[in-house]
Ligand binder design. Structure first.
Ligand SMILES: Cc1cc2nc3c(=O)[nH]c(=O)nc-3n(C[C@H](O)[C@H](O)[C@H](O)COP(=O)(O)O)c2cc1C
Length: 230
């Protein structure tokens, strides 16, 4: 299918989709129908990749297994016991640190968590491990041989996935935190040790009543991130 990309209607709809997607941190208890799930993952797989290697692997978890993994994460990640495939210890500096602080402030303000409120911050962290009540979570893996270029392929796939979900009215939140206990995910889902976990994405229908779902993190200006040459 070759869309006519010069069609202003397509441009308008795509802008709305790309700019309207947000990380959502509160979901309704309403599962997504299996045929919609399959359609979404099929569309996401149209992503580009180096040499068309398609190094992405999605493991979609719902129902009892979802609850079980959430419980395990509370005992492992929630207690500070991590088993990463890809270490994450960000010490952002300068503008990157500022952006990290800004989005944190925005989220804590929406949640009513103050700067000194350590317990509030911990509860906000733990919400990640409850998948923000989402009925589904997808764990995104790639084979062990993959390097940074293949990880870029997987990132493109993940964005396609979230945009396709958004087109279907399904909200999502990508979560690095869900990659903090890769061993348990592999064990529970019977995934080969040669597959490595990058992150998870909680998804489902958004709870529209939650203030944390109304935050809109700012983006840098065009001049800060793009240069045009001729
Ligand atoms: C790979 C990746 C991992 C992320 N991990 C987390 C996470 O663990 N927990 C969380 O609440 N948000 C997480 N986020 C969401 C970011 O905070 C969010 O994308 C950013 O603040 C921009 O907001 P937006 O997605 O609403 O546009 C993650 C985003 C990406 C792309």
């Amino acid at each position: 299918m070759k869309p006519d990309t010069s069609d202003p209607e397509i441009v308008r709809i795509f802008d709305r989709l790309a700019c309207g997607r947000r990380s959502i941190r509160g979901f309704l208890n309403q599962p997504v129908a299996q045929e919609i799930l399959e359609r979404i993952f099929e569309t996401a797989a149209s992503s580009p990749s180096n040499c068309n290697t398609q190094p992405w692997y999605s493991y979609v978890v719902s129902g009892e297994m979802r609850d079980k993994l959430s419980g395990i994460f509370m005992q492992t990640i929630g207690q500070g016991n991590y088993a990463f495939d890809f270490p994450y210890d960000p010490k952002y500096e300068g503008i990157f640190r500022q952006r990290q602080l800004d989005v944190g402030l925005l989220l804590y303000k929406a949640l009513g968590v103050t700067r000194e409120d350590k317990e509030g911050k911990r509860q906000a962290f733990l919400r990640n491990l409850e998948f923000f009540d989402a009925p589904h979570v997808v764990f995104i893996f790639m084979p062990q041989w993959c390097g940074i270029r293949e990880a870029c392929d997987v990132g493109m796939y993940a964005q396609n996935l979230m945009l396709t979900m958004h087109a279907h009215g399904i909200a999502s939140c990508p979560q690095t935190i869900l990659g903090y206990d890769a061993d348990s995910v592999r064990r529970e889902l019977d995934i080969d040790v040669g597959m490595k976990l990058l992150f998870g994405i909680s998804f489902g229908y958004e709870d529209p009543d939650l203030p944390e779902n109304r935050i809109v993190p700012e983006r840098a200006t065009l001049a800060e991130t793009v240069r045009f040459y001729s």
